[in-house]
Design a protein around this ligand. Structure first.
Ligand code: NAP
Length: 341
C-alpha cells in the first residue's frame, strides 16, 4: 500500500463579503499519510460539486448551519475513485460519492462513502440529478408545491441544477411551466430542450415593473412559485400569485454574495399572501436525506430512459475551484456546475 500521497487542498481562510478571490482561499501542497486503519479508504476525487450553499455557509452568522470554520479544507460533495482500501465494503477502482471537500485525496471512513454503479448512470449524476440537487427539486416540488395538473408553475433560476429539474418534474405532473433565467441562450434551453411552456429572460427587463409585466404576460398568474433566487425577481412575482398559491423558498442566490448578513429589503408583499390565502414554505435538502431512495426509485428510471434532461457544465482543473464558485453568480452554468480535478 502506498504510504504517502502528494495532495492538493484548498483551505478556506477568510470570510468574503463579495465574490471570493485568492485572499479567501489558499491552495496548499500537502502529504497525506496513506497508512490506513481498519475500514478506511483513500479516495481520489475526480469531480467536485460547486454549489451555492457554499456561500451561505461562509456568512458569519448562523443560517441553517453554523458558519463554515476558517482554516480547514473547503467542504463540498465529490465523486471519486477508491485508490486504496482497508474496508471490506470497498476495493480499489470503486466509484463513490462523499463529502470530502476541495482536496485531491482524502482518507475516509467507509461509512462516509456511497458506492456508485457507473453502469447504471454516469457517476457525475450523484452530484446532480441523482444527488442533492435532484432531491431538493423532487421533494421541494412534490411536498411543498403540491402540483396538480393544469397548475401554472413558475420557476426562478430555471436553467440551473435544481431549477431545470423542478421545471421538468412540473411538466411530468401536468403543470404549465414557465421558467425565469438570465439571457436568450438559457431561455432557448428552457423552451427548446426542456420543452417548457414559456421562458422569461429577467435580464431583458430594466425595471421590476417591466419584469413583473413580462412574467404576468407569460404566466397569466402563478399557482406555484419555486424560488431559487429571491431579491427583485421574487418581488416581481409575488403580486402575480393566484388563489391558494404555494411559494417554495428553495434558495435566494441573489443575496448570497454579500447580502445574507445585510439582506436587501424589497417591497413589503405580505398583503398578497392574505389576498390570495397563499402559503410560503422554505425547504431544505437535508430534511429529505432519509428519503433519498424514494426519490431515486422514481427519478433514476427517467434518467436512464432519457425522459429527464440533466445538463452539466464542466470547468477543468483543481486550481479553478474558487473561480468556478464565483461563476455560479455570473450565471455561467447551464444545469449542474462541476469541476473535473
Ligand atoms: P444553479 O441554479 O445551477 O446556479 C446558480 C444560477 O443562479 C446561475 O447559473 C444564475 O443563472 C443564477 N443567478 C446567480 N445570481 C443571480 C442573481 N443575482 N439573480 C438571478 N439569478 C441569479 O445552482 P443550484 O445548485 O441549482 O441552486 C439554485 C438555488 O437553489 C440556490 O439559491 C441554492 O442555494 C438553492 N438550493 C437550495 C437547496 C435547499 O436545500 N434548499 C439545495 C440546493 C440548492 P442565471 O444565468 O439564470 O442568472
Amino acid at each position: 500500500m502506498q504510504s504517502t500521497y502528494q495532495n492538493q487542498q484548498w483551505f478556506y481562510v477568510k470570510r468574503p463579503d463579495g465574490r471570493v478571490s485568492n485572499e479567501h482561499y489558499e491552495l496548499r501542497a500537502t502529504e497525506l499519510d496513506g497508512n490506513l486503519s481498519a475500514n478506511e479508504v483513500i479516495l481520489r476525487a475526480r469531480i467536485v460539486s460547486v454549489d451555492p450553499y457554499i456561500r451561505i455557509q461562509q456568512h458569519e452568522r448562523n443560517t441553517y448551519d453554523v458558519p463554515h470554520p476558517l482554516g480547514i479544507v473547503q467542504r463540498a460533495g465529490v465523486v471519486g475513485e477508491v485508490v486504496a482500501s482497508a474496508s471490506p465494503l470497498f476495493k480499489a477502482g470503486d466509484w463513490v460519492s462523499a463529502y470530502s471537500g476541495w482536496q485531491l485525496y482524502a482518507r475516509c471512513h467507509h461509512s462516509e462513502l456511497t458506492k456508485l454503479d457507473p453502469a447504471a448512470a454516469p457517476v457525475s449524476t450523484a452530484l446532480g440529478v441523482l444527488g442533492m440537487p435532484g432531491r431538493t427539486a423532487w421533494f421541494g416540488l412534490t411536498e411543498a408545491g403540491r402540483p396538480r395538473p393544469g397548475d401554472t408553475l413558475l420557476v426562478s433560476g430555471a436553467a440551473g441544477a435544481v431549477g431545470s429539474l423542478v421545471a421538468q418534474f412540473g411538466k411530468r405532473a401536468g403543470c404549465r411551466v414557465i421558467g425565469i433565467a438570465g439571457g436568450p441562450g438559457k431561455c432557448r434551453f428552457l423552451t427548446e430542450t426542456l420543452k417548457l411552456d414559456g421562458a422569461v429572460d429577467y435580464r431583458a427587463h430594466a425595471t421590476p415593473a417591466a419584469l413583473s409585466a413580462a412574467i404576468q404576460s407569460a404566466t397569466g398568474g402563478v399557482d406555484i412559485y419555486f424560488d431559487n433566487v429571491g431579491g427583485t425577481i421574487t418581488d416581481a412575482v409575488i403580486p402575480l400569485i393566484k388563489r391558494r398559491a404555494r411559494i417554495i423558498i428553495c434558495g435566494a442566490i441573489s443575496q448570497y454574495d454579500g447580502g445574507l448578513d445585510t439582506p436587501d429589503l424589497g417591497p413589503r408583499f405580505l398583503q398578497h399572501m392574505l389576498f390570495q390565502r397563499a402559503t410560503i414554505q422554505g425547504i431544505l435538502a437535508r430534511d429529505f436525506a432519509h428519503r433519498m431512495d424514494e426519490m431515486l426509485a422514481i427519478v433514476a428510471p427517467w434518467v436512464k430512459s432519457g425522459e429527464i434532461v440533466f445538463q452539466e457544465t464542466y470547468v477543468d482543473g483543481f486550481a479553478q475551484l474558487p473561480e468556478a464558485l464565483n461563476s455560479l453568480f455570473e450565471g455561467k452554468n447551464i444545469g449542474k456546475l462541476l469541476v473535473r480535478v
